[in-house]
Design a protein around this ligand. Sequence first.
Ligand code: UDX
Ligand code: ADP
Length: 465
Amino acid sequence: MKKISNICCIGAGYVGGPTMSVIAHKCPDVKVTVVDINQKRIDLWNHENPDKLPVYEPGLSEIVFNSRGKNLFFSTDVDKAIDEADMIFISVNTPTKTYGKGKGQAADLKFIELCARNIARVATNDKIVVEKSTLPVRTAEAIKSILHNTGNNVRFEILSNPEFLAEGTAIEDLLHADRVLIGGDDTPSGQEAKNLLSAVYENWLPKERILQTNVWSSELSKLVANAFLAQRVSSINSISALCERTEANIAEVSRAIGHDSRIGAKFLNASVGFGGSCFQKDILNLVYIAKSFGLNEVADYWEQVIIMNDYQKTRFADNIISTMFNTVSGKKIVFYGWAFKKDTNDTRESAAIYVANLLLEEQANIVVYDPQVGEEQIYSDLDYLGTRSEEENRKLLKVTTDYMEATKDAHAIAILTEWDEFKTYDWNQIHDNMLKPAFVFDGRRMLDKAKMQEMGFDYYKIGES
Ligand code: UDX
Ligand code: ADP
């Protein structure tokens, strides 16, 4: 094989969609087909209205509309795309297992396995199979075994190419990646496959940023990168609790330690807790893997990052309850934000879900406003927890598209996502709308404390006494 000319990606989600759109955009000679079994999702990727794409990311719709129909295609015909491709990316979801051995920790690989079996069944010529989903170490081994034992005598080369994009900045991250990791065998055919994938990225990234490793280093590095990032957030959040009890201010502490070039300034924003599809899942995987090798101290060490994150979410909800005179029953609390961070419509593991759940247990009436997340998703997130009936969730929690109307007669506002637009609101008007005392609980440290207090709010900011 000299050059890759036809790429297929199985899974049109938050990773597959943006990544393949950028590859198509930067490699006009390569035909890129993104397939998914979810017809509704594919229809949305093919929608003529840019606001309807299933993934919200700044800059994504422009790139999709530039390449779609030329060298970028979205389809549900998985078999046809596999058959035609030289290189197949697997980008399906790997959620934490909800059953059986490893329940609550290990990744559920059933979607990956189904993909591998599908590829083995359909392929009639040699293929490079690239795992893009976050996977616990040694998954490539499982994929390899399925492909080699059930394939039609076709040669498969398996690569690991974990995705490091962060949601909300996916397009920027893909276009200007710090590094691309390609793991593969050191055999001549493995080396050739690594070089072919590297050549795809070299269309827009300098070669020095493309790191080649063995498969297991590549898989493990993805988990470790996320564990380190999440650890920074949990570390600063642990200190935010201490700041709230003392005269220290978390912003000042973050700035002071971030100026140490060995520590660095990034990922030191105290918050209501990290969310997203990766951090928790990847750490739990690391914990599970460490335990399975009998490394209990290693497992406990990383598990503490999750424990601290759970504590931060609970602490935020508890503070709302205790500040509002120990009862929120029947009180209207407006949630600004539901997504796990700004500039995405993804809500997986969002802190908002858990904070809402705790307040609903106390019979609060919640009204949610999020600029990109709709009612269906919000109810589905809550129902998934199974804490109360679906009927009860709909009775206690409402979703609105009018952020101002929502504040009429509200007892409190809780900021759960750092959407920029929250800063631009007419907070004087909001104060007029609310019952007094008007409480604001800022889980994202977005607003100016002095100004909010001047307007008459009872304002609480994570990490300040
Ligand atoms: C993360 C990794 O950054 C990315 O490299 C990997 O590919 C996938 O996982 P993502 O989950 O999309 O990306 O977003 P990220 O920006 O890392 O934020 C994760 C969570 O941490 C969010 O809930 C965010 O609000 C929170 N966070 C982040 C903080 O609370 N404080 C910070 O300082 C940084
Ligand atoms: P991620 O954030 O990792 O991209 P998502 O859940 O957003 O995860 O996307 C994964 C996508 O993979 C979903 O749209 C799902 O329908 C799709 N998928 C899962 N299993 C298969 C499969 N066997 N064949 C095709 N698509 C699949």
